[in-house]
Design a binder for this molecule. Sequence first.
Ligand code: BES
Ligand code: ZN
Ligand code: ZN
Length: 504
Amino acid sequence: MFKSISIGKGSKAVSVVCVFAEEGRKRGKSPAAVNELHALGRETPGFKSEIGETLAIGDRGVLLGLGKIESIGAAGFRKAGGKLVRALDRMGLRSAMLHLPTNIPTHDQKKAKIDIERLGRAFGEGLTLANWRFDLFDGTATRRTAPQAPLSITSSDADFNSGLERGLLLGSAANLTRKLGATPPNICHPEWVVTTARKIARDNGLKIKVIDYKEAQRLGMGGLVNVGRASVSKPALVILSHTPRRPAPAARGEHLVLIGKTITYDTGGYSLKVNNGMKGMKYDKMGGMAVLGAMEAIAQAKLPVRVSGVLAVAENMVGGDAYRPDDIISMHNGVTVEVTNTDAEGRLVLADALSYTCKKLEPTAIVDVATLTGGVVVALGHFSAGYFCEHEALRNRLESASQECGEKIWRLPLWTEHRDFMRGQHADLINSNPMRSAHPIQGAAFLSFFVDEKIPWAHVDIAGVDSVERDNDLYVQGPTGWGVRLLTDLAEGFTRRGTRGASA
Ligand code: BES
Ligand code: ZN
Ligand code: ZN
């Protein structure tokens, strides 16, 4: 695949002619050569112009199908971008000039206005996401492919190109998250995450503060300290911040805080994961990695809104110093917790991060992202994340961000009954109810005890979407970088007035 993707037209750019299915023969204003390619494609038996379908016409150009005109939308363009990048790689082409159809409709079937920039953005996301491979650990037994070349791509439409640029930025940030995610736990341990976060902060002009193990002990962060104590690499709380000099009028006074569960490895602790259930638990850091990727994207896009990212970093191990089921621990806000299950560790580290955020960072909205429960996968599968939010304006913001980027979220309830379910006999709370029901909600209910009621807060459980087990149109097997685009779009929503900008 390509070493990098950038916007521009190389000297040997191949024409990529984009065609809708059932477009008819009339082509209007396109150059004759484009019309000719188009006609050749129509005459080729078997080419149906399905989304992302490609057809090389000798060395004269490539046709790219866009599917049915009535189903036009960002999802289709994202998929088309993904399929195109893999086809260009197979064909050995390194520079492409896109010719968009001349008859892109002004409105879609739901009567929503078609925004060319949005289509370009989705296309750029598809290009970068589908181009990603993880080769950091290719050894001498890996069959070598030709040295990687860069790809340059552009179109004749300025709006499409500006969308493309944003799409490439977002896709690259998601790919950073995926690279960190795929890094194995013998390398990616808590101290490595801290060093890496410092480097990302330096490269992107973000401020960074690290609360190390000693300070976390001094601050009474019993969740973070106890979960991480048995690892040789000690836990930490990392805080990155993006503070624009001049926030957008709609974002004045706003401070969005994104919090990520960053368990570099989850053995389950003494409530050990059995039957190979531990395999894949290097992905238990994907919430935090998504926050890191989003912070990079927010900084690079220079979004005019104040945003902080908080990573609760620990490794959940066993050992003579490990916390145990039956321990009672005291958290940053003074709430006490009886540990009923050391495998419900994510909520313990997040609880301290939430409490610290509310007390010290003056947030106006908080969103935490976590691979918190296997239960959310049982409930929703791998199709969407589950989320909890009892605050209407923040809910609307999240829903419109999700619409924008195509990362699906589905809301689950969080009631007083659920909160009461987490109360303990010997301490204020238990970290997991032995009744074993409503696990994703138990997690959210537990966390709610650590958030100031006046601050809008959402919890997003990404255990079903953080990685894929099989290759698909956009992702190869492995981490997806889910959340980078959602969180960046959420932040961008704060910079706009109108329906999306309703005060959170
Ligand atoms: N990291 C896991 C959740 C998880 C499970 C993520 C499978 C991805 C795939 C989390 O720390 C955990 O172990 N949760 C337990 C909670 C239970 C002990 C209350 C679970 O979901 O079983
Ligand atoms: Zn666990
Ligand atoms: Zn976990």
